[in-house]
Design a protein around this ligand. Structure first.
Ligand code: ADP
Ligand code: MG
Length: 366
């Protein structure tokens, strides 16, 4: 009794009321029956080949899922594109369910297609909106950085000019220094911005990690000494070579050392120091930069890898260093980890599992 009611309901109501286009496809790939939603969507189609109705084709599709379901009896689900009457592109989720008779024969496939064009459109709009927001944020950050430097340059020019008007050599020197500082700032900003924007495949070659660390040490030693900060280098002896983009990793380690020196400079503790180490640990190459500077609280630590996040004020920070660093490290299959405590200092580690480093093959592609 219940079964009769159910079958009547399916035949008379469900079949024609579901918002899903349903068609029965026979073994000649012709449509033998359709429901109302199908008729509405495709304007009919009984007796015509499915490929003609769905795709406007003259012959069967190359990768015909219905044929596969006829032969293996399996249900298939896939996303399909189609156009109605040469109109706009539409997207469907198509379920193909073989109707199996008690003797195992499959006379037809039930094809149910749900129109997901609206969902697809929303998905596309969301990606586009996010892309535009990211472009907007980047342009705003860039303009902000340039504006600050421009103000500095204008200030320097004013001081220098007024020094010249008054023949005040001290003032002229001060103006000159301001100009020099701001030219240095714009050069750092542009360099960091280019590192950030460069979407290059790493130019990898077999590299000695100790050589990179040594170069960074040499670059910063003088600056650290002048600020009264001890810079130490702990290189693991005979560390294995690694496939790396030497310039990219050098940029990363410089970013970390530069941040560590900044953190020590801000801190007023005596005997501040930064140590740069290389080591091999659990199958990974590790480059570590530790400092006993100001450290970071939870809120800062959470944001350090976002673009344009800087606590150094717009005259010193770009907020691009760590973001670029994590991007380059990821391109090498590695990760950046941070441990930090406010007032105590921070440890940044670049961890490169050796089995995930780029291979020679990638170099040839790049
Ligand atoms: N070693 C460190 N000690 C304390 N804070 C740090 C350290 N390294 C990074 N930070 C924090 O992370 C922020 C982002 O760093 P970064 O992306 O290099 O940008 P920037 O150096 O231009 O500010 C810094 O402004 C600082 O607040
Ligand atoms: Mg930095």
């Amino acid at each position: 009794m219940v079964e009769d009611c159910l079958s009547k309901f399916v035949q008379e109501q469900l079949w024609n009321q579901v918002p899903v286009a349903i068609a029965l496809i026979d073994r000649d790939f012709r449509i033998s029956e359709i429901n109302s939603a199908f008729k509405e969507q495709y304007g009919g189609g009984v007796g015509r080949p499915c490929y003609e109705v769905y795709k406007g084709r003259k012959s069967r599709c190359k990768n015909c899922a219905a044929a596969k379901s006829f032969s293996d009896g399996k249900t298939r689900v896939r996303e399909e594109k189609g156009r109605i009457d040469e109109g706009e592109q539409r997207y469907y989720i198509v379920h193909m369910i073989p109707l199996r008779q008690p003797d195992g024969h499959i006379p037809c496939i039930v094809e149910m297609s749900t129109d997901i064009t609206l969902t697809k459109q929303l998905e596309h709009d969301k990606i586009e909106a996010e892309r535009l927001a990211a472009v907007g944020q980047t342009v705003a950050g860039l303009a902000h950085g340039i504006k600050n430097v421009l103000m500095g340059l204008e200030g320097g020019m004013y001081v220098m000019r007024s020094g010249m008007d008054r023949s005040d050599e001290e003032r002229i020197k001060r103006g000159c220094q301001m100009l020099e500082d701001n030219v240095a700032r714009i050069s750092t900003f542009v360099k960091e911005f280019l590192q950030f924007a460069r979407g290059h495949t790493p130019k990898v070659k077999l590299t000695d990690p100790n050589k990179i660390a040594q170069k960074v040490y040499d670059m910063f030693y003088q600056k650290a000494a002048m600020a009264g900060i001890g810079l130490k280098l702990n290189l693991q002896e005979k560390i294995a070579m690694a496939m790396m983009d030497e310039m990219g990793i050098l940029d990363c380690v410089s970013n970390l050392v530069s941040n560590a020196l900044d953190a020590c400079e801000i801190s007023d503790k005596p005997g501040r120091s930064v140590s740069l180490s290389t080591l091999d640990e659990h199958g990974a190459l590790v480059i570590e930069v530790a400092d006993d500077g100001v450290g970071m609280d939870y809120e800062v630590k959470k944001k350090v890898f976002t673009n344009f996040f800087s606590t150094k004020g717009s005259d010193k920070g770009t907020g691009l260093g760590l973001l670029t660093t994590s991007k380059i490290v990821q391109e090498h299959g590695g990760k950046v980890s941070v441990e930090s405590e406010p007032g105590k200092g921070s440890v940044f580690r670049l961890v490169f599992p050796r089995d995930r480093l780029p291979t020679m093959h990638k170099k040839e592609e790049g």
